[in-house]
Structure formats: C-alpha cells, structure tokens
Design a protein around this ligand. Structure first.
Ligand code: ZN
Ligand code: ZN
Length: 301
C-alpha cells in the first residue's frame, strides 16, 4: 500500500500549497481520494497515469475537496478515456457534475457512474477480491464521510520445506496458498496448516477529513496501519476548530491514541501557520508515531 499526498492544505490553492487530494495504491489499483482544485496538475507532476484511476472517493462538497473533479472528468474525456469511472460522494454530486458538463455541451465517451451517499452509519461502498472500502461518517459543517481502505484475501505463505518434504507438485502451490488441503497419491491428507505460514497482516488506511473531534469514529478506525486525520489548527486556536468544525493537532493525536493506530498522518493545515513542524510537536505530546503530511510526500504503508 502506497500513499501519495497530492495536496493537504486547507482552503484556497496557493503557488506553494494545494488543497486536499491523495492517491492510494493498493495491489496495483489506484484510488483517488478527494479532488481539490489543481489535482490533475499534481497527478501529472507525480507522473501518475490518468488511465489507472477508475475510482474517485469524495469526502464532502466543500470546494477544497472537490472543485478539481469536473476538470479531471473533462480532461479524461479529452484524452479519449475508455475505462469506466466510478465516483463516490455525497448525494447531490451527480447533479453538480452533470449540470456543468451539460452547460458546456460536453459528454463523456466513457461510462461515468455515481455512487451517491447519504447514510450516517459506516457502510461498504466498494469491494473486489483484493480491497474493501467503507465509509467513516464524520461531523463537519456539511454531510461528510472519511473512507477506510482495507486489503483482503492475502494469500497464505508457502512453507517450501514442508511442500518439498511431501513431494507436492508445484501445480498445487496456488491451491495451497489459498488455504487448500492436499491429498497425496496414497490417500494421506496433508492439512493446509502443515504446508503454510500465516500471511502478512493485511494493511489498512483510514482517511478522515474534515471533521470536528469525534470519538464515534474510534471503532471504525481501530488499529489501522495509518490514519490520516485532519489537523487544521493548533490547540491555541481550539475555539476556531470548534466554530468551523475542524480538529486541532492535539485532538487528532488523541483520536490516534484512543484508536490504537500505528501511524498518524497529519494534514489540512490552515494556511495561517508559517511552520507546520509546530503541528508535529503538538501532536507528539500525546502520540509519538506521527508523520507530517505534505504536498508531494509518498508514504509506504
Ligand atoms: Zn477542507
Ligand atoms: Zn470542509
């Protein structure tokens, strides 16, 4: 699992910072999370192939999280995209995008599917044989969801010594990796647990932006490998965090601690602060394993 942060600053795009967008690569699939203005330029800068993005998850309809979407959809069209594109986001997103495409006399040559969300409980929005994606209902000024990405169906690890000892043909290796037992020619059954080791633990990533401090998310994000949690303000501006329904660095660190996550990645910094190191310092008074998210940062999970 690899995360590329394309933008992680609040409010307006600037020459030096970008609004929210991230690309998460899981087992060769690319997922785009949020699509602030300028996302397609950031994708080009980081040499991420547009054709590899088939699923876009939008947290909420504030401009700094989705004003880049219609532009990206339009560019896909100009590039003669053929793959289907799936967009997941709050109810209303379909009308907003289609209205703009209609007004500009545009149409997509590819199939564009919208998966509109209005639930207030966590739900599965995408699942295939390798990945499952669930919503994380957040509390913000408008309807907002974070997203939880979990790897699944990790194959078991082959115990080479054991399969060779039983002279098992290599054509059965795939079956064994998927948990199958083996019957030898003399009828002896070799149980899978004798032929394999437990797989590497499956990786998980939770994306939470934007939200006020909200302990209701703890059971959903419990023990994830990495939690991206917005940290718009420092504790000195806690009154602004409350008023605008955002989180401080200290509050995000408290969520990370209580959810027993492995790593906290911070972002969505208010541009009022000149030095984002202050966010790390404040968070680490509560939770040590902190990564300071920044535009262009690549993180292997
Ligand atoms: Zn925002
Ligand atoms: Zn917002």
């Amino acid at each position: 699992m690899k995360l590329t942060i394309l933008g992680c600053y609040a409010a307006t795009p600037r020459t030096i910072t970008n609004p929210t967008a991230q690309v998460l690569e899981i087992k060769n699939q690319m997922f785009l999370i949020d699509c602030g203005e300028g996302t397609q330029v950031q994708l080009r800068k980081h040499k991420i192939k547009f054709s590899r993005i088939n699923h876009i998850f939008i947290s909420h309809l504030h401009g700094d999280h989705f004003y880049g979407l219609v532009g990206l959809i339009s560019t896909f069209m100009l590039l003669n995209r053929e793959n289907d594109l799936h967009v997941y986001g709050p109810k209303g997103i379909k009308e907003l995008i289609l209205m703009q495409l209609r007004a500009s006399g545009s149409y997509t040559g590819y199939q564009l599917f919208f998966h509109e969300l209005e639930g207030t409980e966590s739900e599965t929005v995408f699942e295939d044989e390798k990945v499952v994606v669930k919503t994380i209902p957040l509390k913000h000024r408008i309807y907002t969801n974070g997203y939880l990405f979990q790897e699944k169906n990790q194959q078991r690890k082959l115990n080479i010594e054991a399969v060779e000892k039983h002279k098992i043909d290599t054509c059965y290796y795939q079956k064994i990796k998927f948990g199958g037992d083996i019957i030898l020619e003399d009828g002896t059954i070799i149980l899978n647990k004798e032929l394999t080791f437990d797989p590497e633990p499956e990786k998980s990533y939770a994306f939470c932006s934007d939200t006020v401090y909200n302990e209701n998310i703890l059971p959903i994000i419990s023990e994830v490998d990495a939690l991206y949690h917005e940290t718009t303000f420092l504790e000195s501006e806690a009154h602004l965090a409350e008023k605008t329904m955002h989180t401080t660095a200290k509050q995000a660190a408290t969520i990370a601690l209580k959810a027993r996550v492995k790593t906290l990645i911070m972002g969505h910094y208010s541009t009022r602060y000149g030095n984002i190191e202050l966010f790390k310092e404040e968070a680490q008074t509560i939770f040590n394993n902190v990564i300071l998210g920044d535009d262009g940062k690549e993180i292997e999970l």
